[in-house]
Design a protein around this ligand. Sequence first.
Ligand code: ATP
Length: 514
Amino acid sequence: MAQQEDVFKKIVSHAKEYGFVFQSSEIYDGLAAVYDYGQNGVELKNNIKRYWWDAMTLLHENIVGIDSAIFMHPTIWKASGHVDAFNDPLIDNRDSKKRYRADVLIEEEIAKIDDKIEKEVAKARKRFGESFDEALFRQTNPRVAENVEKREKLHERFAKAMNDNNLEELRQIIIDCEIACPVSGTRNWTEVRQFNLMFRTEMGSTADGAMTVYLRPETAQGIFVNYLNVQKTGRMRLPFGIAQIGKAFRNEIVARQFIFRMREFEQMEMQFFVRPGQELQWFEYWKQWRLSWHKALGLGDTKYRFHDHDKLAHYANAATDIEFEMPFGFKEVEGIHSRTNFDLSQHEKFSGKNIKYFDPELNESYTPYVIETSIGVDRMFLSVLCSSYEEQKLEGGDTRVVLHLPAALAPVKCAVMPLVKKDGLPEKAREIVDDLKFDFATRYDEKDSIGKRYRRQDAIGTPYCITVDHQTLEDGTVTLRERDSMEQTRVNVADLHKLIHDRVSLTSLLRKLA
Ligand code: ATP
């Protein structure tokens, strides 16, 4: 684990050194849990957004996009339940003065027990080799059984406390499990309190009575309040979906782990409107489809798992997370929720407007049910970055840092380099850049040795480097170096476009899903 934490630290500094992510307001010592994306980061982020947008809207005839405002009428947040219930339980340690989320402390305790179980299984696997019967071992080993029972009990108690909003019980669990503050090491805890995560501000001058408005904590409500506008103007029929990408804001109690938990972040959300009674079958569809979207990137199929929710949010009748294996464990990247007709019904009630859908096939009006897929751009960015980062030992004792980014997401697709800065090679290289730049993010680089230039491109994940040398002037060929294998092949300048396109285009990625 310590080793993984080291790797994570390296990834964070790599992200800064190579212009992916900077701390916000750094020259003023930073603003906690707010980050800026640099010159390479913004490209990677835009490519992730494009992949999501195109997969949702181009590959599904019945999904369209919108872009709603961040500010919305404050009653929307009353209707959605966020004013009253968008809270996290917080607890302070009196000695270290550090603040924690009570639910997270308990979840970490459960994860520790899981770890113990897995370690025991791994040990036995090693001991018994090929003849190891894992299922039998899990059933019969007393230490495993004891921990499984402990885990189940704790889990049940925790889920009940969360569902009942029982803050005293949450505190009691922390005391009973002897959870200590990682900073002070003591168990001197305060009471557990609820803390609302919405940022508030004022709209209009105070003289005319300013109105309290919120920075939206999710983009979903902008879709709900527009669903009928889109349905009518787009002549959509159920089932149909509305997709949106945009900023969301949450005053997170504990902001840790870099861009994993930010106070200003970006979401990619899609609300899919279906007939009542069909929601669970669509929930299943979207669960599988979204997982395929992730897996198509090739980051490693074993890095994903579903985590079904114990505490269903006030609006949901089924919910699961897609978790990704980060250096700090499996963590939620995306949520898939069956939100019933809760939101639309609430908006109908609070606005007093009829927002029912008229179903021409059934010849009746009703409030649609909704399946939501909600993914954080920044968490997706982090999962791509973490799983792509490698410090590689090369033959001859050399090392390189390489980002094995999925080619379609890489900020730069190819770099063109003249071997030397003379003899007409720079001019030839520029000619190639001028041809490729319309279709691919292309860089020209002539500084330093060719080896150093390759390393710079490896560090930002550029899939291809094209080197122009004296032979190029004679026969119109260049060397094409591939990032992961470092293999170099001699190819015709005329073939470059096709070769690069086949590997780096978003189209090839989308085709895997179609
Ligand atoms: P968590 O339990 O980690 O706080 P959540 O369950 O509250 O997340 P949702 O409300 O389901 O998250 O939001 C959908 C997605 O938005 C999450 O899967 C995550 O990718 C992203 N997200 C939520 N909060 C943050 C945040 N503070 N920073 C970055 N991304 C976030």
